[in-house]
Design a binder for this molecule. Sequence first.
Ligand SMILES: NC(=O)C1=CN([C@@H]2O[C@H](COP(=O)(O)OP(=O)(O)OC[C@H]3O[C@@H](n4cnc5c(N)ncnc54)[C@H](O)[C@@H]3O)[C@@H](O)[C@H]2O)C=CC1
Ligand SMILES: O=C(O)C(=O)Cc1ccc(O)cc1
Length: 288
Amino acid sequence: MIVERLAVIGVGLIGGSFALALKQAGAVGEVVGVGRKPASVEQARARGLIDRAGDWSEAGQADCVLLAMPVGETETVLRALEPHLTARTIVTDAGSTKSGVVATARAALGAKWRNFVPGHPIAGSEQSGPDAARADLYRGRKVVLTPDADTDPHALAIVKALWQAVGAEPELLDAATHDRVFAAVSHLPHLAAYALVDELAQRADRDTFFRFAASGFRDFTRIAGSSPEMWRDIALANRDALLGELNAYVAALQTLSTAVAAADGTALLEIFSRARDARAGWIDTQDL
Ligand SMILES: NC(=O)C1=CN([C@@H]2O[C@H](COP(=O)(O)OP(=O)(O)OC[C@H]3O[C@@H](n4cnc5c(N)ncnc54)[C@H](O)[C@@H]3O)[C@@H](O)[C@H]2O)C=CC1
Ligand SMILES: O=C(O)C(=O)Cc1ccc(O)cc1
């Protein structure tokens, strides 16, 4: 057993999967869940993701607390939790953005900041809520941890061990690099998918388009089925990096537009071939 008591704040896909996998691995004694909606905490309990519903006081006294709610809730949650946190309680999070979470945690936790280990599992799906949780979600997936020079080495070791117990592979990165990378490979693609679906959905004759849309549209837009609240928070928390990526993508679309307008088949073939080869090289490195 790695920790006796784990508290999970936000028992949805990410928090619920973490709790379930740790319980199945025998890595935790008891899991208490704290949520915004009592019905979803009860749903999580009924599914066996958590042992019982808890409150801020119980969460603060746990050995480890995982924050697994939308990143925009971080300040509210840490302000509620901080008065109850013991000096030895380790706090970690699963948020998709890191610099904002780190700044918020530093401000809200004061000296207890040393026990905060920022994290981001690179696993998930477009589904959300406790019903979507699965014990194998993290198996073979990376989890990025972004500790800094102040982070307590013992807290980091425990958080690493918990992720390893659920089958994940921890990798360390600084928070700014994390946000720059994930703006490009995760945040921008989600915005692009939402934008395409919304643009079509606003058309008066949308049904004609949706009736004929097939697997290419389905693949490209799967992630537009993701939680709007979660993605609003990510877009706001990673504004600077995301704006850079949006501009780069608009410029790439503009290049395609220019080539299409000029009927420049050579340019299109060159871009499409380069992209296909780059994607094939990336796929070869993946176990998706
Ligand atoms: N969905 C995904 O694929 C991934 C999500 N993440 C991050 O993990 C976090 C959780 O995402 P999901 O589990 O997908 O979302 P989810 O929607 O499945 O679960 C979030 C839960 O947090 C609860 N919640 C919201 N505000 C709260 C508050 N103030 N206090 C307590 N509970 C609160 C919600 O009721 C919900 O049950 C987010 O920060 C997200 O950025 C990270 C990696 C992958
Ligand atoms: O559904 C998908 O393919 C995802 O990309 C899931 C996902 C969403 C958010 C993250 O921070 C990490 C992974």
